[in-house]
Design a protein around this ligand. Structure first.
Ligand code: ADP
Length: 362
């Protein structure tokens, strides 16, 4: 299943899971449209996949098996339907490629599974035989997200493709900015995570970058940005690029909008300034080679992980750490990721930074 926001490389992950499963003698199914497909069930939404069904998936962007946001799955009743539909299809392991929301849902589903299946048996919806056969559900997560915001993994599937798209767009903007001696404020995605903005800033030599992880006062960032941009201009630089992460905030947790950044450049420095919000082009297009490879090796590992699982093994999350594919605790990864968001909401930035297991905190 692919779930949550789409990310380039999800298709490569589906292909790897389907083929690795078949190679290991399993039947593979695709749950269409994320948790929505699980709740709806039936052969239209839970489809058996053969080797050739995923031909061509490696290089295709987005997710061919669909993704959706499903409110019903957040309710027990929705998960009960999902439980029945998986049992109907004879499925005993679920590999989810999605972001922290999707993986939280997956973990909850596994934890609740014994009581869900018990209810189905007690109400006569499933037979004793099916109950015995499906007592345990193996879950495994791979992280598909352009934001690169999941704890305990260095990279998420899709992040490098998105970064590449942003860099290409900024290269295009550079040419016109230089011609007119303009400033551009480029807003990039990433939700509460500044990874895309920071990496794009380094890769395109942006003049200034605003990210949620390094908040300062309103006056603080404005003064610093103006000082740096003025310095660059005084050395003959004709273009100015400021990258703003969509989650950029002040240390008072006030959002910093790209329009506010533009106003400062216009009012204080008199620069002819335009705002470019890159939007969904950042998610689109084909996956870069890194994401294809990451998704493939992680998909293969996910199949191995569910086959190794026992009822006592914690649900694994397949990550990458120092260039090695690793199995982490899905619960822990989701918990750390959520704790970072909570720490930021509580203005405890030191705690948020110490929780982020990223090397990009300074
Ligand atoms: P992402 O996976 O990209 O973070 P969302 O947060 O929108 O995206 O989650 C995708 C889907 O995962 C939701 O529409 C919902 O069906 C499921 N989900 C998210 N959080 C939970 C939760 N706490 N409990 C159950 N299901 C959840």
């Amino acid at each position: 299943m692919t779930s949550g926001g789409d990310a380039p490389g999800m298709n490569a992950c589906v292909r790897a899971v389907v083929r690795a499963a078949i190679y290991r003698g399993c039947k593979a199914f695709a749950v269409m449209e994320g948790y929505e497909g699980l709740v709806r069930g039936g052969p239209e939404y839970i489809k058996e996949m053969n080797w050739l069904d995923v031909r061509g998936y490696l290089s295709e962007g987005g997710t061919n098996i669909g993704t959706a946001r499903c409110m019903d799955f957040k309710q027990r009743q929705g998960r009960l339907k999902g439980c029945k539909h998986l049992i109907d299809a004879g499925i005993d392991a679920l590999i989810v490629c999605g972001g922290d929301g999707s993986l939280t849902g997956a973990d909850l589903f596994r934890k609740e599974w014994p009581s869900l299946i018990q209810e189905l048996k007690d109400t006569g919806v499933i037979s004793n035989e099916k109950y015995e056969k499906h007592k345990h559900l193996n879950i495994c997560g791979t992280v598909g997200s352009i934001d690169n915001d999941m704890a305990t993994t260095d990279a998420t599937i899709g992040a490098y493709s998105s970064l590449d798209r942003i860099c290409q767009a900024i290269d295009y903007i550079d040419a016109t900015a230089n011609s007119h001696s303009r400033a551009f404020v480029v807003e990039v995605m990433g939700r509460h995570c500044g990874w895309l903005a920071l990496m794009a800033g380094i890769a395109t030599s942006a003049d200034y970058i605003l990210i949620p992880e390094k908040p300062s006062s309103s006056k603080g960032w404005q003064d610093q940005m103006c000082q740096i941009v003025s310095q660059h201009r005084s050395k003959g630089k004709r273009k100015t690029i400021v990258i703003v992460a969509e989650g950029a905030i002040t240390n008072e947790l006030e959002p910093i909008s790209s329009d506010a950044v533009k106003d400062v450049l216009v009012d204080r420095l008199g620069l002819d300034t335009r705002v470019t919000t890159l939007g969904h082009v950042q998610r689109g297009g084909t996956a870069v080679s890194y994401d294809r490879i990451l998704a493939t090796v992680q998909g293969v590992e996910a199949v191995k992980a569910v086959l190794d699982s026992t009822p006592d093994t914690p649900s694994p999350l397949i990550g990458i750490e120092e260039n090695k594919i690793v199995r982490k605790s899905l619960v822990e990864a989701v918990e750390i990721t959520k704790s970072v968001a909570t720490a930021i909401e509580n203005k405890d930035f030191d705690k948020a930074m110490s929780l982020r297991d990223s090397e990009f905190t300074e």
